[in-house]
Design a binder for this molecule. Structure first.
Ligand code: ATP
Length: 217
């Protein structure tokens, strides 16, 4: 009992369309850790119309950051709810203030940073087409539609999601990297940042798995 492994107090960082959602799901499934996703929690509050949900909806619906103090108190409560379980934070922290406050209240001891090249993300989005009525998603070159530009089942035309428009994605990526830089620097200075470079979730997963396995052993 002298060498009890440290509790897993982790944060995952990754740009929009970096595969952060898929990676989080794999980590949660494989290592059975509690998943605390700030976006999911906010949407849950909004759907059940809680006081918090009412207060944050104007930010979330317009794509603006929810104020730091609101986010910090929400996440603190969620962390306290999962008690002694291992946890993975997803979508939080998004600002340096959030990261610093979190470190005071509930210190993080492992940061997983998915460093996917901007070009790869832009290409992924460029090649992504959806059949809006059904939600079927196609990726040209990976799971292409049988007839270019047409849905396999209905033959109807495919289109781009509004938030997949290249200029919009580019803007989100820039906003993301500006906001994330100081957070990455902060965690680097604490010596807990693990950066993973690669193009796909399948390529990154073995390395992420190894890092977490080592951490937990
Ligand atoms: P993004 O909008 O950042 O490109 P996303 O669609 O994955 O990414 P979520 O993580 O699901 O976004 O969050 C949805 C919304 O919730 C954000 O646009 C923002 O308004 C709010 N939000 C989520 N996490 C935070 C946070 N840590 N700080 C401030 N606002 C947040």
């Amino acid at each position: 009992w002298f060498s009890k492994a440290a509790a897993f107090r982790a944060v995952i960082l990754g740009a929009p369309a970096s595969g952060k959602g898929t990676m989080s799901a794999r980590i949660v499934e494989h290592f059975k850790v509690a998943h605390i996703s700030s976006g999911d929690k906010l949407r849950l509050h909004m759907n059940s119309n809680t006081e918090l949900g009412k207060a944050v909806s104007k930010y979330v619906l317009s794509g603006k950051f929810v104020p730091d103090d609101v986010m910090i108190s929400m996440i603190n409560k969620e962390i306290e709810l999962v008690g002694d379980q291992n946890w993975l934070l997803d979508g939080f922290p998004r600002t340096l203030t959030q990261a610093e406050k979190l470190q005071k209240e509930h210190p993080v001891n492992l940061v997983l940073y998915l460093n996917v090249p901007t070009e790869v993300i832009l290409n992924r989005v460029k090649n992504r087409w959806v059949h809006l009525p059904s939600g079927r998603v196609y990726n040209v070159g990976f799971n292409s539609p049988k007839v270019p530009g047409k849905d396999d089942v209905t033959g109807e035309p495919l289109s781009k999601r509004d938030d997949d428009k290249i200029e919009i994605v580019q803007e989100r990526l820039e906003r993301y990297s500006k906001a994330t830089e100081p957070i990455v620097t902060f965690y680097t200075s604490l010596g807990i940042l693990n950066s993973f470079q690669g193009n796909t979730t399948n390529e990154l997963w073995p390395h992420v798995k190894e890092t977490i396995t080592k951490f937990m052993s």
